[in-house]
Write a protein that binds this ligand. Sequence first.
Ligand code: PEP
Ligand code: MG
Length: 584
Amino acid sequence: MKILPGIPVSKGVVIGRAQVFDASSRPMPRRSIPPDRVDEELARFDEARERTIASVQQIYDGARDEMGEDAAKVFLFHLGMLKDPQLVAPVREMIRRDRVSAEFAVSEVFGGWERRFAASSDSVFQTKADDVRDLADRLISELAGESSQDLGDLSGRVVVARDLTPSQAVQIGRSGAGAIVTALGGPTSHTAIVAKALHLPAIVGCAGVTREVQTGDEVIVDADAGRLILAPDEATRGEYARIMARRRTHMLGLDEIARLPAETTDGVEIALHGNIEFPDEVRDVLRVGGSGVGLYRTEFLYLTSPSEPTEEEHYRAYVRCLELLEGRPLTIRTVDLGADKYTQSREEIPERNPFLGLRSIRLSFHRLSDFKTQLRAVLRASREGPLRIMFPLITSIEELRRARLIVHDVAEDLAEEGERIERIPPLGMMVESPSAALMAEQFAREADFFSIGTNDLVQYTLAVDRTNERVAHLYQPTHPAVLRLIHQIVRAGQSHAIPVSVCGESAGDPEYALLLIGLGVRTISATPDSIPALKRAIRSVDIRTCERIADKALTLDSAPEVATYLRDRARKVVPEAFDGPSVE
Ligand code: PEP
Ligand code: MG
């Protein structure tokens, strides 16, 4: 028995057989073509590309039916690349000029792009490498007459890979896989976000996994604790089998709990909202008993579409959310592109340090007309239901003022066109940079609400790239510096009577949520999956207990001390929510 540690990103425990995804189909051997066969080879490439386009189109159509338009749109991005002359022309040129096989030309040209992207110090470009590799594999499989991208039935299988693109993760989920384990990736990478959206237990950053595991091996994925157990012994296997059985019972209880209010034992209501990337996910939020959407990441409209979304596309997405919410609140965050959230239209100028670059609200100011297009759609949609507008990564009061002013300008434009907006929705901000946290008092005078984004707040406070698995151990939401900033933000919100919510991934962790409630937070927005367990924890405590937890946590000196303290306390308060094995 051997245990490989990794970063747990989507909870669950699964015992299953591994299915290793290996990109070792390339580099392909160089195969020369006689001069009189070059045209034939070009035709073979063109046909394979056409077939690849058709198969991706088919995947897209199927995914759209099963998962809704928005979730499926990620495949449109791959279609766009397959039609991109920048990738296609050099392959044809190489076949013609060097008289080599189409497989070799694809492997060389795509491989060159892949290596360039992978070698970049910029994590945005590193992610592109996976997309290029993904497409090269599809093409080479097509040329070989295989359809390796048809993953077949993965029922219950534990998919092991070096890394996955979001589209591969979606496809794996659809093929019935039981869990995902990747060697690369960080806690807030797109693979992590997609795995969560699909309710697939997942571990990322599991170094050495593709070397250690072979297809067919029995493994245990403990995506609660972040460990992959290879060749489990009988006792461990039995222990995990019992946990899975107990978990099923526990989940039944959680289903029932979805219908009950998120109220502490002393009657204080905590609003539990969901984070979504696609409108149809509102259904997931409501199914698990969420009472609204606290974070709609609208940049996913861009990430899954080959071109800029139109005002109508924005509008339809927002109205769809409101319809599904039936009067419950919706917080729309304006596009938060850049850094880890790249678009397929790509930046013309690669940035050396994209997390500190032209991203989020800065990018919206830079692309003012796209920003206004989005705001027009949001304001028009605001007539259909209760929504709030939230700006990402505000770091200075000028940015908040400017963003608010632009909303008012857009409302005036609409009024001039005869589309009067009677009431401008509440205009709030993400507090996710140390500067915003430290200046929360000032911001609270002008913002209508705050939402604390712990994903970025932790990364910027601790100088730890949230997507870099090599420093994932330093990514510590329980760091006392982070706790102090959150405390300061909440107090500023209270003193100006504006709502403060928390919407980073940490808020979905019941242990952390008890701390947040103790610090004064009364609205939590988390991935739908985490809502039932949050509700159970909330319904088991009183506010005084949470306050005592927060008071004590604020006196501790280090992240591990805080983490250990929170774990111990939470296990005492809600033991059934923290049912873990004792495998060391
Ligand atoms: C955050 O930064 O905590 C957050 C919720 O936003 P995102 O993960 O989309 O950056
Ligand atoms: Mg953020």
